[in-house]
Design a protein around this ligand. Structure first.
Ligand code: SF4
Length: 159
């Protein structure tokens, strides 16, 4: 479920807010998630990035969290109500900023080159401290090791 229009009045794509650890999760995303509503929204976010919508590294709930249902929140590994979530995002923010050179609230196109840089760092593990005890870790490990086959994020204008 999308919670905001994809475009403004001038039909420019609206910038997508992504919290630190979602820069990791999108790299291995291939349509798996907590509930159908969550998957629908996360897929829409990936497609909007592929279509050229800019992204920003955002502290706190973002455009993926915005579509969480109560069922999603109960199942979510990284819900904001959990004390470890802030620390996890801080680790992911630092790792993402180190790879991309973009800090918090700086809008940029997440193009195919940047996606490849992030995926390379993810594969070596250098950016994955935030994955820590995540329940999806084995799934994401396998996806990364398989060359990110069938993942939905392609990078801006590379869809
Ligand atoms: S292991 Fe968890 S936090 Fe890391 S990319 Fe996968 S889903 Fe996201």
């Amino acid at each position: 479920m999308q919670t905001e229009p994809c475009c403004n009045a001038a039909q420019e794509p609206v910038t997508i807010r992504l919290r630190g650890h979602h820069f990791l999760c999108l790299l291995t995303y291939k349509g798996l998630g907590y509930t159908p509503a969550f998957v629908e929204n996360m897929t829409a976010v990936a497609m909007r990035i592929n279509a050229g919508a800019k992204v920003i590294l955002h502290a706190g709930p973002d455009d993926i969290c915005g579509a969480l249902t109560p069922a999603d929140r109960a199942a979510c590994n990284h819900d904001c109500a959990k004390p470890e979530t802030a620390a996890l995002d801080e680790m992911a923010e630092k790792a993402t900023a180190a790879v991309l050179g973009h800090g918090l609230d700086e809008a940029f196109a997440l193009d195919a080159e940047k996606v490849a840089q992030l995926r390379a760092a993810f594969l070596t593990g250098e950016s994955r401290a935030a994955c820590g005890l995540c329940r999806w870790r084995a799934v994401c490990d396998e996806i990364a090791q398989s060359g990110y086959a069938h993942t939905l994020l392609k990078g801006a204008h590379a869809a």
